[in-house]
Design a protein around this ligand. Sequence first.
Ligand SMILES: Cc1ncc(COP(=O)(O)O)c(C=O)c1O
Length: 362
Amino acid sequence: MIKPNPFVRDLIPYIPGKPVEELERELGITGAIKIASNENPVGPSPLALKAAGKALGNIHRYPDGDAFYLKHKLARVLNTAPERLIFGNGSNDVLDIAARAFLSPGDEAVMGEFAFIVYPIVTQAVGAKAVISPMPDYKHNLRDMYSRITPRTRVVFIANPNNPTGTMVKREEMEWFLANVGGDVLVVIDEAYFEYVEDPDYPDTLLYQNRHKSILTVRTFSKIYGLAGLRLGYGVSDPELISAMQRARHPFNTSSVAQEAALAALDDHEHVKRSRDVNREGLRYLRDQLGKLRINHTPTYTNFILIDLEKDPMPLYNALLREGVIVRPVGGYGLKTHLRVTVGLPEENERFVKAMNKVAGK
Ligand SMILES: Cc1ncc(COP(=O)(O)O)c(C=O)c1O
């Protein structure tokens, strides 16, 4: 039988959050909640939903692979140039395109120990080596990451804020890093949660793009815009780098429905505001309640919280499942005593806290 190539053979597969339907089927229950995949609990942007419905009438046609209208509109919204944009089937696809465009077998990519797990996957899939930088206090340490750059380093991945830790690199540290790293290393800054962050020290790396040619900023419509199921993410970088990535992109990697939905979502300021408000309030409530439960959690800048149970979390995870509450184990990240909890709607957060009060400590 034919064998997968060694790069693929050695990959550790990505394990997604448990779907609600699966849990309900397994336990024979209804009304389970999922606060496991950092999705927007408010739902999709209503304007996007309407636009997607309208776009369905045209799905016998191939999409515009270059996403012309979305590209031009997004360029205006971001105050950048269309030729600086590339779209992907989710931002995961953009990360994968970057790895295929810039990494060769034997090259190195530097990333944090608890950084988003897709970075080692896309790195190893092309035969490059993931060089791991420790994350004391669960934060990226850019000075340590810098010290690990060698002549073989082609890419550095920084998730800001990071998933699953929720931590953030501040402006000063980011600027120091970008000022020091050489132009022959691509710095991928993954800002999947950009729209949720309200801290004044949060760096918007689009502002650095003119000064530093080898930055790729990656963002998504999956989170605050609520379009995770449609799969649309994008990258912003120097036109020359984008042009290289365009060559590595599959011809029709974003669907026409996703493009139309994203176009409309960009106008849905009310939905973005409401999503941000619900998240801010939910975070405040959850932090408060976790404090009362005496459960450690990392300071978060996103729409989820990493909690540390200081023991094997799986009995608690399974007990929560039996209460119809799905959270996320993160043992795959080497976080063996932690769970990740996404901020839900107020009633979902209350349900989680109620379940925790019932099962924690058992
Ligand atoms: C840091 C980070 N980057 C990228 C993604 C990928 O999102 P998508 O492919 O849906 O855009 C996620 C999803 O959870 C994430 O947490």
